[in-house]
Write a protein that binds this ligand. Structure first.
Ligand SMILES: Cc1cc2nc3c(=O)[nH]c(=O)nc-3n(C[C@H](O)[C@H](O)[C@H](O)COP(=O)(O)O)c2cc1C
Length: 210
């Protein structure tokens, strides 16, 4: 029995070490100050695809953009974007960068590493997409949407993706970053690279750079 308890303890220890190895904390996002909303609305624009800025975002900038997209803004149950029935965000954001692909964890304000592969050259149907230093891949979460039937399931996912990407545009304008919404993507490549579950669907890309 003692051996069983010891074995379980070692297993939990190993799993927590493995989990923490994949967790990448983000600095606290900017949640106040900055450019006023109406100025950000006036500046909101897509950076040109053919000349997309290739500079890397600082971790603080990435954290702030992700928080704008789907971060908590009221205690532990309230987000920057509205979700049907107040459900937790049912669209996930994957972050593709030079050093790998990560899943945004809005609860822990961090990134979870999915793989160390640079997939930026695989996900877009247009050549310039690969030049972005950071690509957000918005994916509907089949299990998070399981309360809904079609067509609401798809509609609600796209409504959320629209709200999230508009928040990204506004945060990018406020921070002086380049951003561009992209629908033309290679869905099969994304599915394979992210090992998506059958009910999860890639919805759009959001390019970021500076
Ligand atoms: C639904 C939607 C799909 C889009 N898909 C693409 C795309 O696949 N490739 C691209 O380069 N831009 C894409 N864009 C960006 C638009 O071309 C861009 O928003 C448009 O030219 C207007 O420019 P603005 O965002 O600066 O106002 C898309 C935008 C939207 C809203």
């Amino acid at each position: 029995m003692r051996w069983a308890v010891r074995g379980a303890f070692v297993w939990v220890l190993i799993m927590s070490v493995v989990a923490s190895a994949w967790a990448v904390p983000l600095p606290a996002p900017q949640t106040e100050g900055g450019m006023g909303l109406f100025e950000a609305l006036r500046k909101r624009a897509s950076a040109p695809g053919g000349d997309f800025p290739t500079g890397r975002l600082a971790p603080e900038e990435l954290s702030s953009v992700l928080w704008a997209a789907t971060g908590l803004n009221r205690g532990d149950k309230g987000w920057t974007v509205p979700m049907a029935m107040g459900l937790p965000p049912y669209c996930k954001i994957y972050v593709a960068k030079e050093d790998g692909v990560f899943l945004y964890d809005w609860q822990g304000n961090g990134l979870t590493e999915i793989s160390g592969e640079d997939i930026r050259g695989k996900v877009g149907a247009q050549n310039f997409v690969r030049a972005a230093s950071c690509i957000l891949i918005v994916v509907s979460d089949g299990s998070g949407l399981s309360e809904f039937q079609e067509p609401e399931r798809t509609i609600f996912a796209y409504v959320a993706a629209g709200a999230m990407t508009q928040d990204v545009y506004l945060a990018a304008a406020s921070l002086g970053l380049g951003a561009r919404y992209i629908h033309s993507m290679k869905e099969d490549e994304i599915r394979a690279s992210l090992s998506l579950a059958p009910g999860d669907n890639p919805l759009c890309l959001m390019l970021l750079g500076k």
